[in-house]
Structures are given as C-alpha cells and as structure tokens.
Ligand binder design. Structure first.
Ligand code: FPP
Length: 243
C-alpha cells in the first residue's frame, strides 16, 4: 500500500432502488392466487423502509407498477390498484410518524382519480419529513419518463426558455420525474431475473446491480444489510482509473 494511503471504512449506498419481483411465483408455489403474493410483498415494504435509517440509506425507490404491467389480466391489475389504495390509506399515519417522506414517480394520467387523490394526500402529509425519502414508482417506465421529459424540454425550447446549445447531460435530469433525487447507488432485483425492465435507465448509469434469487415476499432486512455491506466493499470508479 502506498505511503499515506488511508484505508476508508466501507461506505454503504445512500440511494437504493429495488425491483420487487417474484410475488406471483411465491404465491403459486403455495397454491395461492397471484394477488396473495402481492399482499405478502406489500408487507415486506414496511420492513425494508424501517431498516433503512440504520443502514444509512436516505433514499429508497421501489418499483410498484410498471407501464408494461397493464398487460396483465384485468383482475390482477384491478387487484393491484386496490392494494395500492389500501396500502396508502393504511400506511399514511405510520409513514408520517416515522419521518418518512413519500413521493410517487410515473405517469398519473392513466391511474384512477381516487388513487391519485390518495397519492397526493400521502405526498402532502409527509412533505415536511426529513427521514427516509421513499419514492414509489407507480405506472412508471423509464422510456415513458424520458419521452415525457423530452416533451417538456422541447416545449421550453419552442417557447424560448431554453436554448438548444445549452442542452447538456445536466439538462435532461431536471425534467425527469426523479429531478429532486440523487442517482441510485445500488439497484437490487429479486427473484433471479437479471433484467432492468425499464427502471431508472438514465439514473442508474453508474449504479451497482445485485440480482438475487430471493422472491420479493421472502426478502428481509437481514438480506438488505448483507447487500449494503457487499456494496461497501466494492471499488466504484465511475469510469476513472485509480490515482
Ligand atoms: C412483481 O412480481 C411485482 C409487481 C408487479 C408488483 C409489486 C408490488 C408490490 C410488491 C406490492 C406492494 C407495493 C406497494 C408500494 C404497496 P410478479 O407478479 O412479476 O412476480 P412473478 O415474476 O413471480 O410473476
């Protein structure tokens, strides 16, 4: 080791993003309907949010419903929408009391008005909180987000608020749904699939990825702790060569 080199303690991820996959298989393995798995998955969200402060995770972003998930059966989609309404109604007080700030990303246009009202209400009820910053991606798809952002950017150009020559890689993120969030440091996908599935594509350019076999309803705080520790041991160079 070169003289004067100081060994830094491992630093955990500040922003963790999770693709919560495997609810359906978890339920099927128990001979139960897929929605049973989604309900079990929703209960896991609480445990994971509660684990964040001790792990130094300030930002947690979870993929609840993608722009592609509308292709599921009408019964499953309706069941998921009803689960989101119930989750928000039931969890608002506990989240607010724990100092969690909740934001939603994704396109709200296709969501039903009652759900959107609950989402707005939860955002408002937690807007002053400075604890864990929980972002729930609901009717979210990264390409859709980039398309919507580009539309707004183009409007600003057309109306003279932005000059094309001033557009650089700092510009687009200011139009994304995630504009107030730092980029994820660690993206976790459960259930053994090694895909990103249109989740935070721009934002995760330099994220570390963990694809783990655990099905989401079996994911625990202990597993999150293990993943955070192994993240701390990685050498992130962001394309540079170490000095
Ligand atoms: C993927 O499992 C999971 C989803 C499409 C829904 C994620 C939703 C939850 C975990 C519910 C709770 C979330 C909140 C915010 C209350 P899958 O159905 O694709 O599983 P499979 O790949 O085994 O079929």
């Amino acid at each position: 080791m070169p003289a004067g080199h100081v060994v830094q303690p491992p630093v955990g991820p500040r922003h963790v993003a999770i693709i919560m996959d495997g609810n359906g298989r978890w339920a099927q393995a128990r001979g139960r309907p897929r929605l049973f798995g989604h309900h079990a998955g929703a209960r896991r969200v609480r445990e994971v949010v509660e684990a964040c402060p001790d792990l130094g995770i300030k930002y947690l972003t979870i993929f609840a419903f993608s722009t592609e998930n509308w292709k599921r059966t009408q019964a499953e989609v309706a069941g998921l929408m009803s689960l989101f309404r119930r989750y928000i109604t039931r969890e608002t007080r506990a989240l607010a009391e724990r100092g969690v700030r909740v934001r939603f990303i994704g396109d709200r246009v296709r969501l039903d008005a009652k759900l959107v009202a609950l989402m707005d209400q939860l955002e408002r009820a937690t807007a002053e909180n400075e604890g864990v910053q929980l972002t729930i991606a609901l009717n979210y798809g990264s390409r859709d987000e980039v398309a919507r952002a580009t539309k707004r950017l183009a409007q600003d150009v057309a109306e003279g608020r932005l000059r094309p020559e001033d557009v650089d890689e700092e510009t687009l993120p200011r139009y994304l749904d995630t504009r107030v969030l730092p980029d994820p440091d660690l993206v976790i996908r459960t259930s053994g699939e090694a895909r990103i599935s249109n989740f935070l594509l721009w934002q995760s350019a330099y994220a570390e990825y963990e694809f783990i076999d655990t099905l989401w309803p079996d994911f625990t705080a202990a597993e999150l702790t293990r993943l955070c520790k192994s993240f701390g041991a990685r050498d992130r160079r962001f394309g540079a060569v170490p000095a």
